[in-house]
Write a protein that binds this ligand. Structure first.
Ligand SMILES: C[S@@+](CC[C@H](N)C(=O)[O-])C[C@H]1O[C@@H](n2cnc3c(N)ncnc32)[C@H](O)[C@@H]1O
Length: 273
């Protein structure tokens, strides 16, 4: 059952258009899941904002999923689902132990308002996002589709501004493993042939926003470079790496709620990253 916030239709539901089949390609990665669950600390109730199909939700807590897209909520297996945007959460102050938001803040029309809502409705906030100012970039952008850079920089806010608006006390880098299972765009950095697959591309909102007249010639060039061995010659170094830091970060704000209401905290492996 899905509840809709105050009877109004959320203003933005791009994923109603591009979200079909999402669950098949976006399989949660267990290493990222561990990091997120550790950051949620002892919270017994969790609100997952921009929940999509429910990736990374802890199975052992009471989770309420919030998303403006009905197509995404329909793919969500949970029983507590609310159709709403982050900017106006239909919950009381402090209603949840923790709020989580994974790869979603770049979709919010009003990032600051959405983050303020996370702070209002939950004691702790856990946000996973990407820093557009981070280098290196994925080779796909540098060598084949620079158009992605423009799109991504238009929708992702520099990390320092997100950290500030959230009041984050912890910033954890998450280098992307070469066998990362969640099919967002960066996942295939060491599996270049994956980008040839239209199903893989369709799971990325960036690809979905670029016209075929831009994507298809670039992918044709990648196909040629893979067939000729040119890509492998250029990226021999990458093929030896197990993970690369491409600027993905887990931000944590607010106090931990351990089993006794105190104590447990995720350790900052790096702040500011
Ligand atoms: C890339 S998906 C991420 C879904 C899920 N968190 C995950 O990790 O698989 C982005 C989600 O953000 C949602 N979204 C878009 N605008 C939003 C808003 N204003 N407030 C909350 N969620 C929003 C989309 O509908 C979509 O489900």
């Amino acid at each position: 059952m899905t509840a809709s916030a105050s009877g109004s239709t959320p203003h933005m539901a791009t994923y109603d258009r591009i979200g079909r089949g999402y669950r098949h390609v976006r399989r949660p990665d267990p290493r990222l899941a561990d990091l997120i669950h550790q950051a949620l600390a002892g919270a017994r109730t969790v609100v997952n904002v921009g929940a999509g199909a429910g990736s990374y939700e802890p199975a052992d807590r009471e989770v309420t999923a919030v998303d403006p897209s009905q197509v995404m909520l329909d793919q969500h297996p949970g029983s507590r689902k609310v159709r709403a945007g982050a900017e106006s959460l239909p919950f009381a102050d402090g209603a949840f132990g923790a709020a989580m938001a994974v790869m979603t803040v770049h979709h919010w029309p009003d990032l600051r308002r959405g983050l303020a809502e996370l702070r209002r409705v939950a004691h702790r906030q856990v946000v996973f996002t990407w820093d557009p100012q981070h280098l290196p970039e994925l080779w796909l952008i540098e060598e084949y589709l620079p158009e992605i850079r423009q799109l991504e920089h238009a929708r992702f806010t520099p990390l320092s501004a997100v950290v500030e608006a959230l009041g984050a006390h912890t910033v954890l880098p998450f280098p992307i493993p070469h066998d990362f299972t969640d099919g967002f765009q960066i996942a295939h950095w060491r599996r270049p042939q994956s980008y040839l697959d239209p199903v893989v591309r369709a799971a990325s909102s960036t690809f979905a926003q670029l016209p075929a007249s831009v994507v298809e010639p670039a992918i044709a060039r990648l196909r040629e470079d893979l067939a000729s061995g040119a890509w492998h010659r250029r990226h021999a170094d990458l093929l030896t790496r197990d993970s690369v830091d491409y600027g993905y970060r887990l931000l944590v704000a607010g106090p931990a709620q351990g089993p006794t209401g105190a104590g447990v905290d995720v350790r900052a492996r790096s702040a500011g990253g």
